[in-house]
Design a protein around this ligand. Structure first.
Ligand SMILES: [Zn+2]
Length: 248
């Protein structure tokens, strides 16, 4: 598997990155996991306007899904289009939310997306074996485990500490984990992880490599987040950047 980070800014776009969007490729098949604000720009820069063969939205917060609404234009009104409906795996409510965000209150975007509602479980997407489970976040949110050819990539999406995250990440070769909060300050409960909590999850799940994401540039500190994660996890770790590629 090859992971390309299209966007990794937490909560709102940062000065150097769009919001969450990760392109995962195997056997020439490209699955876009999340499509947050601004990521349509880096999709073109790092992959191509029509790169995704399928999209999976982990939840319906703007910073994980809003450019899937903008992408309706790309598919529906392309000079050489319209393009065939793209498989879209997303929480219940996605068809209405995307139509509303697009501005099509009395219409549908189901000419652009073929929706599959997510539920906890394991299923195939292209060459990937995908397992999703509910995370500890205020709305319906799924963490994702992608397996291909004996390799495992786990993505936390947004979550506070929970057992389901540890199950999904168990023995993953690469663990792409959010670290939105700073340690040592008061943080709202049941929402996000700190760097230390991301490190603790990585250690408990015995992952091979920890990639920290979803840092909030304006409010956080990359140095403090890395330091905190390093107190809880001894393996290799780093903060991802837009445009970075990883072979899993
Ligand atoms: Zn969220």
């Amino acid at each position: 598997m090859r992971l390309t980070v299209l966007g990794c800014a937490g909560s709102f776009p940062g000065p150097d990155s769009p919001c969450s969007a990760y392109l995962v490729e195997a056997e020439g098949y490209r699955l876009l996991v999340d499509f947050g604000s601004g990521a349509l720009s880096t999709l073109q820069r790092y992959a191509g306007l029509h790169a995704p063969d399928a999209i999976l939205l982990t939840h319906l917060h703007c910073d994980h899904m809003l450019d899937a609404a903008s992408y309706v234009v790309v598919r529906r009104y392309a000079p050489d289009g319209p393009y065939p409906a793209l498989p879209m795996y997303a929480p219940s409510g996605a068809p209405d939310r995307l139509a509303l965000a697009y501005g099509q209150e009395d219409g549908t975007v189901e000419d652009v997306y073929h929706f599959y509602g997510l539920q906890p479980g394991t299923f195939p997407i292209g060459p990937f074996t995908v397992t999703v489970d509910r995370m500890n976040h205020p709305i319906e949110t799924y963490g994702v485990r992608l397996e291909h050819d004996g390799r495992v990539l786990c993505y936390s999406s947004d979550t506070a500490p929970c057992e389901a995250l540890l199950r999904l990440a168990q023995d993953a070769d690469v663990f792409l984990c959010e670290a939105s909060y700073l340690d040592g300050v008061e943080n709202p409960p049941d929402l996000h992880l700190t760097g230390r909590e991301a490190g603790e999850a990585a250690t408990k799940a015995s992952v091979g490599r920890l990639l920290l994401t979803h840092l909030v540039a304006a409010w956080g500190s990359e140095a403090l987040t890395v330091e905190a994660a390093g107190t809880a996890y001894e393996g290799p770790l780093e903060v991802v950047r837009a445009g970075a590629c990883y072979d899993v």
